[in-house]
Design a protein around this ligand. Structure first.
Ligand code: CAA
Length: 445
């Protein structure tokens, strides 16, 4: 069977930075540690005046194609995942293809293009579509370009405002990939939920606390489903566990739940039994409430054990480094978590070739998906080629007044002229609207 997976990735962050502790917290009358310690976020990325989901996606895709020496003839499909689309008919992938055609002699006329929607999980669903297309033998030797791009903005004053972000991740999915091979086994946890939605509106209606419960419930369901096809999971099986990361504090909760599940009935649970007893089993309780309370107490104890802390520090914490600096990128979030983990491995000279990752994707509304990935030989070269640190460092640091302007500029219901804070160079930019209200882009040398 052919190996199929992610051959290469490129990351493009919005060029503006809002410092949450220094700039946002004081204006909100909040303790900065609510952001840095509670949510686990230092800053959010925002798009400059000339940036949007198309420019960020096209810029990431262009850099990726240049780096891999690909031209449009090498690409048989372009799938864009986003929950920030501005058109209910024309997909963002056509705009991105149009941008790329400005800089290549060839075109994408024989590439299948689409747009995937299921909140943040659609980035992973697009990877699946590409994987299935190649596995089915319909790709004619070509690769798929998958782009996850979002401007994750919340209404001013919404609690979600603390977790905003903007950026794109472009990925090439191909046979014999250089970065990671995807497992055939997958697990799903999916239910009709109204925790976070955008009924024909730009900014989401969110039930924040409930959304966190739904995330955990669906993720657990997906893990059980994954285990039903792939066998029991064990903490030692995975070098890293990248989760969808709306904010690192959410992943802290998911990591603890995942660890409890994975060690149940293993030697790890036995090792801990002297210190914190064994995990409560539901059949030991007459009332469900009593069982749930016992589980909560167990988790509190588990959280502070050295065994758990060590595992979390190695397998989960390294997935959060980029997210802390850029906020929530919705469809791209789990993909920057994977990149963050592999970047950590490169920086620490860890040899992870052949190691496995357990990837937990999530989209509100709601669905979780879990699959495994195997790190390929070419991972180091691919990760070393990323310049995400430099991009993060070079962002323009906006004041609170500038933030208010930027938020208005990207509010679809407002028409706000704004001077760009950064000078575009070697990138696609948004230049205005055409006769049919279509968005217009050009490449700036
Ligand atoms: N020092 C240290 N920690 C502090 C603190 C301080 N001074 N002040 C508060 N904290 C902690 C809190 O205890 C809390 O941590 P715990 O949950 O571990 O107790 C954390 O900081 C956040 O504080 P609050 O709960 O008071 O924050 P909030 O109510 O203002 O908002 C939120 C939190 C509900 C997540 C809000 O940001 C939100 O609505 N976000 C958008 C929805 C979201 O991201 N949901 C996640 C799951 S859904 C999903 O994943 C899809 C997606 O991408 C949107």
């Amino acid at each position: 069977m052919t190996d199929v997976g992610i051959d290469a990735i490129e990351i493009w962050t919005g060029k503006l930075k809002l410092d949450l502790a220094e700039t946002f917290a004081p204006e909100m009358g909040e303790d900065p540690e609510k952001y840095t310690k509670g949510l686990g976020l230092y800053a959010s990325s925002f798009p400059d005046a000339h940036e949007d989901i198309v420019t960020m996606g096209a810029n990431a895709a262009h850099r990726l194609m240049e780096r891999k020496g690909l031209t449009p003839d090498d690409i048989g499909r372009i799938d864009v995942a986003t929950e920030s689309a501005f058109d209910n008919s024309k997909p963002v992938s056509t705009y991105i293809a149009g941008c790329l055609e400005q800089v290549y002699d060839e075109d994408f006329h024989h590439a299948n293009k689409g747009e995937r929607k299921f909140a943040c999980i659609s980035g992973t669903q697009s990877l699946d579509d590409a994987y299935n297309w190649i596995k089915a033998g319909r790709n004619r030797g070509r690769s798929a370009l998958v782009v996850a791009t979002d401007t994750a903005l919340y209404a001013r004053g919404d609690p979600g405002e603390a977790t905003q972000g903007a950026g794109a991740v472009a990925m090439i999915v191909s046979e014999d990939p250089d970065l990671v091979e995807l497992s055939t086994e997958q697990g799903y946890g999916s239910a009709d939920e109204t925790d976070f939605l955008k009924p024909n509106q730009q900014f989401p209606s969110v039930d924040g606390k409930r959304s966190m419960q739904v995330y955990l419930a669906r993720m657990r369901e997906a893990l059980e489903d994954f285990e039903s096809v792939a066998g029991d999971t064990h903490p030692d099986d995975y070098a890293f566990i990248p989760y969808h990361t709306p904010f690192p504090g959410m992943v802290r909760k998911a990591g603890l739940l995942g660890y409890r599940h994975m060690i149940r009935g293993t030697e790890y649970e036995d090792d801990l039994a002297d210190a914190i007893d064994r995990q409560p089993r539901e059949d030991e309780f007459d009332e469900r409430e009593d069982y749930e309370e016992a589980i909560r107490d167990y988790m509190d104890d588990l959280k502070s054990t050295d065994q758990y802390q060590e595992w979390y520090g190695e397998a989960v914490d390294p997935t959060l480094d980029i997210s802390r600096e850029v906020g929530n990128w919705y469809t791209g979030s789990v993909h920057i978590a994977r990149a963050s983990a592999l970047r950590h491995a490169a920086e620490n000279d860890l040899d992870v070739t052949g190691d496995r990752l357990l990837v937990g994707s999530y989209g509100s509304g709601a669905q979780a998906e879990i699959h495994a990935e195997t790190v390929q030989e070419g991972w180091r070269e691919e990760i070393d080629a990323l310049d995400v640190d430099e991009q993060i460092r070079n962002r323009y640091d906006i004041s609170f007044e500038e933030y208010e302007q930027v938020h208005d500029r990207h509010n679809h219901e407002k028409t706000v002229e704004m001077e760009a804070f950064t000078e575009p160079s070697g990138e696609f930019v948004f230049t205005g609207r055409g006769a049919m209200d279509e968005r217009v882009y050009e490449y700036v040398e």
